[in-house]
Design a protein around this ligand. Structure first.
Ligand code: ACO
Length: 381
């Protein structure tokens, strides 16, 4: 449908290419995801979140010296400003986690003298701060709401290792650190998904990175986007055990209800992020006594395969990340914040990339209301 202005109406922007990027490439038909040309499976198997972030921001993998320097820059920014810690202590213990993350990400701007400096150098420094501090604020809020002492970040640890340390206050195992790190690599970027696009809309007005990223957190929390991983776990808990899976799925499919963790706007093949995550979730579930959960998941997958694979609906990244996070002992409402923590790397990278050739994002609307309606005075209505 074309509108009065001659523009094409494209509901949900399904067929619209909004900008160019060199960060990630997706072929939804073939199930390919690459960060700067490198396939996601190789990165998940061999890389770290820090290295993948360097890759996304710089367009190439770092050499060992560059990686060490980059890790140092991030670690030097783990700590939160005292004012943000005060805000965390003032946050209601029952506040929803994603609302809290959004508010706290935004609050970082209040304590950054460079918040409104939009030079490329300042933006890189702010991107580093956002990636480095988001794990700290999530862990600090979780400790606060549980009435536990907030644990200071440890600059000798990786982002994944430090996060688990701050959250639990005890030494995480290497497997746990690696599992979280893999999840962070897999979630770091994904083209112009809804939250990334949100961040671009904000930055395109020449607003600032904190505003762009806090808006992106707001977009991410919706159940059709990042909130789905929590939805998967809610579903698995609701099902209860293996004996209930078939009946539950039959009912859902008959009622044509959506199954969380399946389907994707772009992928009409198996989500390549889910491939490795599935293997990883299995190993972790075995190590942590959560095999029943994993087995329920694979049964759901095979029922879905029979029912809807011909429509191009397969597990997406959220499906097996739910089992992974649960096996890591994370609370349900920390699942989506994990996504935010990782995607901060993509949001900031895309904003900085977009600003190199900025154009205000401002689509048209297809007006479908009436015209030439006479104005009726208030006293006559
Ligand atoms: N379960 C069952 N059927 C589904 C599912 C699903 N999860 N997803 C899509 N379908 C069906 C729809 O019912 C529809 O069927 P119909 O043509 O017979 O009406 C068809 O597939 C197309 O679905 P749409 O929702 O129109 O596809 P769209 O591209 O707009 O949606 C989306 C993609 C939102 C991700 C959708 O698949 C969904 O809601 N999935 C569940 C939520 C989820 O897992 N979200 C996470 C996405 S990944 C991420 O953000 C990291």
């Amino acid at each position: 449908m074309s509108t009065a202005t001659g523009k094409q109406f494209d509901q949900g922007l399904v067929n619209t290419i909004a900008a160019e990027t060199q960060m990630s490439f997706i072929d939804g038909e073939k199930g390919i995801l690459e960060y700067v040309g490198i396939d996601i499976d190789s990165l998940a198997r061999n890389s770290t979140f820090e290295e993948s972030t360097y890759l996304l921001w710089n367009g190439r993998l770092p050499n060992p010296t560059e990686l060490a320097a980059f890790e140092q820059q991030l670690r030097a920014e783990y700590e939160l400003p005292a004012g943000v810690i005060d805000m965390i202590r003032a946050t209601p213990a029952d506040a929803a986690t994603m609302h809290t993350v959004q508010t706290l990400v935004s609050s970082l701007s209040l304590f950054d003298a460079e918040a409104d400096d939009d030079s490329p150098e300042a933006n890189i420094r702010k991107a580093i701060r956002l990636v480095a501090k988001t794990p700290t604020l999530i862990a600090a809020f979780d400790r606060h709401r549980k009435g536990k002492e907030i644990i200071a970040p440890d600059a000798d640890r990786s982002i994944a290792g430090n996060f688990l340390w701050m959250l639990r206050g005890e030494e995480p195992t290497e497997t746990m650190v690696r599992a979280l790190d893999v999840c962070l690599v897999l979630h770091a970027d994904h083209g112009f998904n809804a939250s990334t696009f949100t961040s671009l809309v904000v930055i395109s007005t020449l607003s600032d990175l904190y505003s762009a990223c806090s808006a992106a957190v707001g977009a991410l929390r919706g159940p059709l986007h990042g909130g789905a991983n929590e939805g998967v776990m809610v579903m698995l808990n609701e099902i209860g055990d293996m004996s209930q899976v078939d009946g539950f799925m039959k009912g859902k499919l008959e009622r044509k209800e959506k199954i969380m963790g399946f389907g994707h706007r772009v992928y009409k093949a198996y989500d390549p992020r889910a491939t490795y995550l599935k293997t990883f979730a299995e190993g972790l579930a075995r190590d942590t006594g959560n095999m029943p959960l994993y087995e329920m998941s694979t049964r759901i997958e095979s029922i879905m395969h029979e029912a809807v694979a011909d429509k191009g609906i397969f597990p997406n990244v959220d499906f097996y990340s739910a089992t992974t996070y649960w096996s890591l002992g994370l609370d349900l409402d920390l699942f989506t914040p994990m996504f935010a923590l990782s995607r901060m790397s993509g949001w900031t990278g895309h904003c900085i990339e977009y600003l190199k050739n900025n154009k205000l994002i401002r689509p048209g609307a297809a007006y479908v209301g009436p015209h030439e309606v006479p104005y009726v005075a208030l006293c006559d209505r």
